[in-house]
Design a binder for this molecule. Structure first.
Ligand SMILES: *Cc1c(COP(=O)(O)O)cnc(C)c1O
Length: 360
């Protein structure tokens, strides 16, 4: 690992080292078949076994009930912004959205192409520095679904209590999927681009309740119907083979570590180290309100933009990489997903204290 540095990138993001080294071997020669993993037919018995294992590990580790399908699709989370309303919303009908950042705004725009959108909550006026508590919300039951983003990657906010809705809950969990234990049965659809917490870019995990598969209008093209992929076990066409395989490896890594409960504990500890450093200082200021703080993306500012630039430059020279905040908010963002090591957080905390001493 001598050649590795700490990578705080928001996505694609750090993967476990043993996953990378295993993948590097298998790309060239998978299981001594003499064929590389990414050269193999997706219908070969070798790859079918890889895909089945990835799905069953996702089910096991995330406690996915039997009446849900687990799909590996393409097009990223952004394609889901359109695919959800394409399948569940039609002209004259309404879907409810909670607007807590850039990703929910993009999803709201897409939904408007298919039906009415009721934005039941927005935190835009305060710079998306928080998410609503259940008691802040009045959610209509006659909506086709209620849509929210569990972790706002750019702003560093996260729901610690999910909305309660009679309409099916649809959740973009791209940046906190499998980082904590959740009750899948309270959701209609959960989706996530793989590249933050569970694998490389290229696969989108979709977990969908069976009864929602039959709601799709006939006019929806085959590839965009959830039922197409559900009926064929995500093998209607060529799946994102390498990404699905790598998700399987990440799941094995997670299982060895003790599963979602164990990673949740580690994630909370990592985030607490950073938030404690921010709270103990007059120099660093967290972007998110305390109750909405994300355990995955820790966002903060320094007293002025010049100091932020200097901070990021010096951090980079110390092999603390990828700390620049998203271009829409500036400041610093430390993305510390499942595979990001605790030692990297400790190194950042030491650097923050030293930088404050020298520049505060
Ligand atoms: C990164 C991200 C997306 C976009 O994912 P793509 O796979 O690039 O389309 C959507 N939602 C959230 C919450 C994200 O963090």
């Amino acid at each position: 690992m001598a050649d590795r540095i700490y990578n705080f990138s928001a996505g694609p993001a750090t993967l476990p080292y043993e996953v990378l080294t295993q993948a590097a071997k298998d790309i060239v020669n998978f299981n001594n078949t003499g064929i590389g993993l990414i050269e193999m037919s997706h219908r070969s018995k070798e790859f079918m076994a890889v895909a089945e294992e990835a799905e069953s590990l996702v089910r096991e580790l995330f406690s996915v009930p039997d009446n849900y399908k687990v799909l590996f699709l393409q097009g990223g989370a952004s394609t889901q912004f359109a695919m959800v309303p394409m399948n569940l919303l039609s002209k004259g009908r309404t879907a409810t959205y909670l607007n807590t950042g850039v990703w929910s705004k993009k999803a709201i725009k897409e939904a408007g192409l298919f039906g009415n959108v009721n934005v039941a909550y927005t935190s835009e006026e305060s710079g998306f520095d928080h998410v609503p508590a259940p008691s802040d919300l009045t959610l209509p039951a006659d909506s086709e679904y209620t849509y929210f983003v569990s972790n706002n990657t750019i702003f560093g906010t996260q729901y610690h209590e999910f909305p309660v809705s009679d309409a099916p809950l649809v959740c973009d969990m791209s940046s906190d999927i499998m980082s904590r234990k959740i009750d899948v049965s309270s959701f209609g659809i959960i989706f996530a681009g793989a590249q933050k917490n569970i694998g490389p870019a290229g696969a989108t995990l979709v977990i969908i309740r069976d009864d929602l598969l039959s709601k799709t209008p006939d006019t929806v093209p085959t590839m965009f119907k959830y039922s197409t992929h559900a009926d064929k076990g995500s093998m209607f066409n060529t799946p994102p083979c390498f990404a699905v395989y790598t998700i399987g490896l990440v799941m094995k890594w997670l299982k060895n570590l003790g599963g979602v409960d164990a990673i949740e504990k580690l994630n909370r500890e990592k985030a607490a180290l950073l938030y404690q450093t921010i709270d103990d200082s007059q120099f660093y200021k967290g972007h998110a309100r305390t109750a909405s703080r994300s355990f995955m993306n820790v966002t903060f500012n320094l007293p002025d933009p010049d100091l932020e630039t200097k901070f990021i430059q010096e951090a980079t020279s110390r092999e603390l990489n990828g700390l620049k905040g998203h271009r829409s908010v500036g400041g610093v963002r430390a993305s510390i997903y499942n595979a990001f090591p605790r030692e990297g957080v400790e190194t950042l905390v030491e650097f923050m204290k030293e930088f404050e001493k020298n520049n505060g």
